[in-house]
Design a binder for this molecule. Structure first.
Ligand SMILES: Cc1ncc(C[n+]2csc(CCOP(=O)(O)OP(=O)(O)O)c2C)c(N)n1
Ligand SMILES: [Mg+2]
Length: 332
């Protein structure tokens, strides 16, 4: 599928279907941990920026990062297995939904701490620059992180050192049950980044083509040493976590928010332009459903991690066990 707009549609359909399956897995008791966060409604941000990145680029995500990793080449089978806490998952079942990572695909880690993954990309971008690599590092985070001091320290250093770093705020309007205008006095998000010397823009996340084009431009300039910030406006279609029924939002608001659907918008545009037919769309949906069903089957059929592996991959290789780490004074 060489036409970029069809690739964007395909990725968004994959993300939504993956998230729907994750939700079902969770309700059936198959997910590890007590909560997980779905990115339904935010596919335009994940696919738009994700497809504008290049192989070798690095990134971190927040706790709502499944879609971003899928768009960067994450294998849905290994992702689903990780979410289910299985030994075949990306982190052998120890990371789960909120701490999944894969260095081979440039995923430096999801992070459950709001803003936690942001400073990591400043270090990665410094490494890319120092090593003369033509790579960029991107932090994906929510609007809640706009209220975290670490974002401003990170943007300051990225601008001061002219690093190939891009800060992408997925503004879904809410941090848990708190609407952004109840959390911040100033809602001009790009303005906050500009104050630190970054190039900054805002884009409608329900228009994935616009996200993709803007991301390409900002990433290109970031590679040349002009760090950037991008706020992607969207709406979290469902609750904060799978069990949250969003009692703090009115029905009317949710209806209007869900009408801002990046998949519907692109699909209708492509159909109207003759780039897509109903038959091709149906085929794409079926292919995606088969792919994601297979991911669930793979996760369910995979073994639990063996108890003897509990302390493997927890410390750096030189500190293979908790006992060695303790002996060297790394842990108490
Ligand atoms: C430092 C910190 N404070 C509070 C929390 C609890 N918490 C988890 S998610 C969340 C809301 C985050 O909102 P946002 O950054 O907008 O991301 P979204 O959930 O909307 O994708 C909060 C407050 C946390 N994980 N870390
Ligand atoms: Mg939010």
């Amino acid at each position: 599928m060489s036409e970029p707009r069809l690739r964007l549609l395909h990725q968004m359909l994959r993300i939504r279907t993956f998230e729907e399956r994750v939700g079902e897995l969770f309700l059936a008791g198959g997910a590890a941990g007590t909560m997980l966060h779905l990115s339904i409604g935010e596919e335009g941000a994940a696919a738009g920026v994700g497809l504008a990145l290049q192989p070798g680029d690095t990134f971190t995500t927040h706790h709502r990062g499944h879609g971003i990793f899928l768009a960067r080449g994450g294998d849905p089978k290994r992702m689903m297995a990780e979410i289910a806490g299985k030994a075949t998952g990306y982190c052998r079942g120890k990371g789960g939904s909120m701490h999944i990572a894969d260095m081979a695909l440039g995923h430096l880690g999801a992070n459950a701490i709001v803003g936690g993954g942001i400073p990591h990309i400043v270090g990665a971008a410094l490494a890319h620059k120092t090593l003369g690599e033509p790579k960029v590092s991107v932090a994906f985070f929510g609007d809640g992180a706009m209220q975290q001091g670490v974002l401003y320290e990170s943007m300051n250093l990225a601008a001061l050192w002219q690093l190939p770093a891009v800060f992408v705020c997925i503004n879904n309007q809410y941090g848990m049950g708190t609407r952004i205008d109840q959390a911040a006095a100033v809602l001009d998000l790009p303005g906050k980044a500009k104050a630190f010397g970054l190039e900054a823009a805002e884009v409608d996340g329900s228009d994935v083509e616009a996200v993709y084009q803007l991301a390409q431009a900002l990433l290109g300039r970031a590679r040349a040493g002009q760090p950037a910030f991008l706020a992607v406006d969207c709406y979290r279609f469902y609750g904060h976590a799978r069990k949250d029924k969003s009692p703090y939002r009115s029905e009317q608001e949710e209806r209007q928010g869900r009408a801002r659907d990046p998949i519907h918008n692109l699909q209708e545009r492509l159909l109207a332009q003759g780039l897509l037919t109903q038959d091709t769309l149906e085929a794409l949906r079926t292919e995606t459903a088969v792919e994601m069903d297979a991911a669930v089957d793979y996760a369910l059929a995979s073994p639990e991690p063996d108890l003897t592996t509990m302390f493997e991959d927890v410390y750096a290789p030189a500190l293979a066990t908790v006992h060695e780490a303790s002996a060297r004074g790394v842990v108490g």
